[in-house]
Design a protein around this ligand. Structure first.
Ligand code: MG
Length: 355
């Protein structure tokens, strides 16, 4: 026998894979032994196979499924590196979604257990919404809405984009009227999103060609529950700082997350408008925010965020007074930058209740 051949036991030790795992990988065509003794059935491995075996072991430790490991092993090193990067970005996105949900549940349960302070200032929202066609598009396919409890922006696409965004927001309007239905906010939002998804399907032909983003905030009296899918955005201006509280579900954002694109490069990427998710294709992101007196929230469609830099948005949010003045200034700024897309803005201030 070739002296560089190792028995399965020796190879297992050297590669940090168990003999059982090696037999499985053989069956799955992931790592075939260099030689199988025809009489005894013993497997022998070549020293040169160690590198691949170790790669398989490391990828298993990453949690990568076997089928995907097989694909990675068939690639040259730089393509394999890219594939691992993409896999990990997917894991992080999934983890982020679960982290948000965990945070939402923790916050919701903890706030239910918190004693009610008698000296708590009653808070309410002061709000304004406006949607503008912009200077280039033939029609406005955005929908913006603001009420005492519900704030929403939806950006429709496809031939039935306008009915799609309209139906999504209309389906949430019940949250803004009368008493909030019994039950916790998470279940309420989940039901509302399901209703909105059905409404969009009914308002369009139900194909992938038509759809809408949805970014909405629901006021509960002390907190704001966020539901978000797509590339419309929500921002919070607090103590002079502007914080984006949504994550774009776009191809360029996933390239940024994977480290393949810088945020600066993304602003001029030819496919920057390509959506990865829209209402109905995925579970929306959910978050719960404790509101503070003086907070200012902005919801906007990409018609604002793709042409007006965040620093300028922060300036306008900081230097204008009432929500209506602010919204009209933001829309005017987008149009001054060429108004290439429909632009929708909702601004809501957390203020002391007047009643
Ligand atoms: Mg748009």
């Amino acid at each position: 026998m070739d002296v560089r051949m190792l028995t399965i036991g020796a190879f297992a030790k050297a590669s940090r894979l168990s003999p059982k795992a090696l037999r499985l990988y053989d069956e799955l065509n992931l790592l075939r032994p260099a030689r199988v003794d025809p009489d005894t059935g013993y497997r022998y491995y070549a020293l040169g196979q160690l590198e691949r075996a170790r790669l398989v072991a490391w990828l298993r430790r990453l949690g990568m499924p076997l089928a995907r490991i097989r694909e990675v092993c068939a690639l040259d090193p730089s393509a394999a590196a890219g594939e691992i990067r993409a896999y990990w970005a997917g894991v992080e996105a999934e983890t982020a979604l679960r982290r948000d949900l965990a945070g939402f549940l923790i916050e919701q349960l903890a706030s239910g257990a918190r004693p009610i302070r008698k000296d708590t200032t009653m808070l309410e929202l002061r709000y304004f919404a406006h949607s503008d066609r912009g200077l280039v598009r033939a029609a406005n396919q955005d929908t913006a809405y603001a009420g005492g409890r519900l704030l929403a922006v939806a950006d429709g696409f496809g031939p039935a984009g306008a009915p799609a965004s309209g139906a999504a927001v209309e389906a949430l309007r019940f949250l803004d009227t009368g008493e909030l239905p019994a039950g916790d906010v998470l279940n309420l939002l989940q039901d509302a999103v399901r209703g909105a998804t059905d409404a969009v399907r009914d308002a369009t032909d139900g194909t992938d060609e038509n759809g809408t983003t949805l970014t909405a905030l629901l006021w509960t009296g002390s907190r704001l529950a966020l539901v978000h899918v797509g590339d419309s955005r929500a921002y919070l201006l607090r103590d002079g700082g502007l914080f984006r509280i949504t994550h774009d579900h776009t191809m360029v954002q996933s390239l940024i997350d994977e480290g393949r694109l810088t945020p600066e490069e993304a602003t001029s990427h030819p496919q920057r408008a390509l959506l990865l998710k829209c209402l109905g294709t995925t579970a929306p992101d959910l978050r719960l925010h404790d509101a503070a007196l003086g907070d200012r929230y902005l919801l906007c469609s990409d018609g604002l965020s793709s042409v007006v830099p965040e620093a300028r948005v922060r300036d306008l949010l900081s230097t204008t007074d009432s929500p209506d003045e602010t919204v009209l200034a933001l829309v005017a700024e987008a149009n001054a930058a060429g108004g290439p897309d429909n632009v929708s803005c909702v601004v809501a201030d957390v203020v002391e209740a007047t009643a």
